[in-house]
Design a protein around this ligand. Structure first.
Ligand SMILES: Nc1ncnc2c1ncn2[C@@H]1O[C@H](COP(=O)(O)OP(=O)(O)OP(=O)(O)O)[C@@H](O)[C@H]1O
Ligand SMILES: CCCC(=O)O
Length: 353
């Protein structure tokens, strides 16, 4: 069976072609800020990203013939994890998604491309809105604002399964805390194969990250909203996009920030150490969800390549559980293998309503 996986990211479009379990093409097409700035809204990038996928296939001599095309899922309604067929309800909700995020294009491109092929299915898998929270985790101090979760479900679940395989056990048998250290930072508690707690990494909960503000002082935020200094869109960007490391230090490039720390940049040192401190506090809080009975803490995402960050974080959290580091992400393989398992009937194909 042949699978095409498409993962639109804020700075890249990743594509992979799998023949059963074997990758035959894996590409990361990078985009410059100038290139993307030609498109006022994320949805305006649809044709551009779709054509890039087609060009990449052609350039690599891959015939356009697939049994399934699977895209990174968008920020639709909260749903349990797994594989979903792209349908009209999902497309409608994606086009009116509650939050702008380039992942919204994944399922739409998969659907459009698959519609030109006979008997090719379009799927998404484990989108950022996967919601397996316990009810107790939804309650906040205001009934007007229940907790929601937006997190790196696809990579976290893929890394959890990889760890379980390495330990000769099953994801469903483990109690894990997983921390994805990327442009956004998500921390989830996985109890026996369900993510019973996870932060809203995108807009306003958890540690700050290279691009996200994380939890903010609510009173000050309200004052800022009514200060007349910013439009609604500008303020939203101060929470997600132009926030975190990039707001403090003008860059999201953690390797470059660490180089400047090594040259004596004290401000950069303070800000990175504050980010590590906040990540450690959030992992500590997550440990209480499992009453401290944690099989392992898994660190993943691009920043997990950094010894500077991982060693300092480890110092603060090592008392909680054994720590395992999986730098980068497994999203392309996870997308392709989820689609393959769905086609083979090993995973249910869920219906989005
Ligand atoms: N070798 C490295 N050392 C330190 N930091 C790194 C390294 N490689 C990548 N990073 C950092 O990882 C972050 C990006 O991580 P990642 O690629 O997982 O995120 P993304 O895919 O852009 O966004 P997200 O993971 O939130 O969807 C950036 O801040 C980048 O500077
Ligand atoms: C689903 C991804 C969350 C984030 O980008 O912060």
């Amino acid at each position: 069976m042949k699978i095409l996986a498409i993962n639109p990211g804020s700075t890249s479009t990743k594509i992979a072609v799998y023949e059963n379990e074997t990758p035959i093409l894996v590409r990361n097409i990078r985009h410059t800020v100038e290139e993307l700035s030609a498109y006022p809204q994320v949805i305006d990038q649809f044709e551009f990203r779709k054509n890039l996928v087609l060009q990449e296939l052609e350039a690599n001599g891959i015939p356009f013939a697939f049994d399934a095309i699977v895209g990174r899922g968008g920020l639709v309604k909260p749903i349990p994890g797994g594989v979903y067929e792209v349908n009209d309800a999902m497309k409608r909700d994606t086009l009116h998604a509650m939050r702008t995020h380039v992942c919204n294009l994944g399922g739409l491109i998969a659907d459009e491309l698959s519609s030109s092929l006979p008997s090719c299915r379009a799927f998404i898998a484990d989108p950022g809105v996967v919601d397996e929270l316990e009810d107790i985790a939804r309650i906040t101090g205001s009934p007007l604002m229940p907790r929601i979760t937006i997190w790196h479900a696809l990579n976290q679940k893929a890394i959890a399964r990889r760890f379980a395989q390495e330990q000769h056990t099953h994801y469903e048998s483990l109690d894990l805390i997983i921390c994805h250290l990327g442009g956004g930072i998500s921390i989830a508690v996985h109890q026996h194969g369900r993510a019973i707690d996870a932060n809203n990494a995108l807009d306003g909960e958890g540690p700050f990250s290279p691009e996200r503000a994380g939890t903010l002082p609510a009173g000050q935020l309200i004052d800022l909203c009514f200060s007349g200094q910013f439009t609604k869109d500008e303020l939203k960007k101060r929470i997600s996009g132009r926030a975190g490391l990039t707001a403090h230090l003008g860059t999201t490039d953690v390797a470059a920030i660490i180089q400047s720390i090594e040259k004596g940049d004290k401000k950069a040192e303070l800000v990175i150490d504050a980010m590590i401190y906040n990540i450690a506090k959030a992992i500590g809080a997550a440990s209480t969800v499992l009453c401290g009975k944690i099989d392992a803490i898994l660190l993943t995402g691009g920043i997990a390549y950094s010894d500077y960050v991982v060693s300092r974080l480890t110092k603060r959290i090592a008392f909680l559980a054994p720590i395992y580091v999986y730098p980068g992400e497994d999203e392309m393989e996870a997308l392709a293998l989820n689609a393959l398992s769905a086609l083979k009937g090993e995973l249910p194909i869920q219906i989005y309503k």
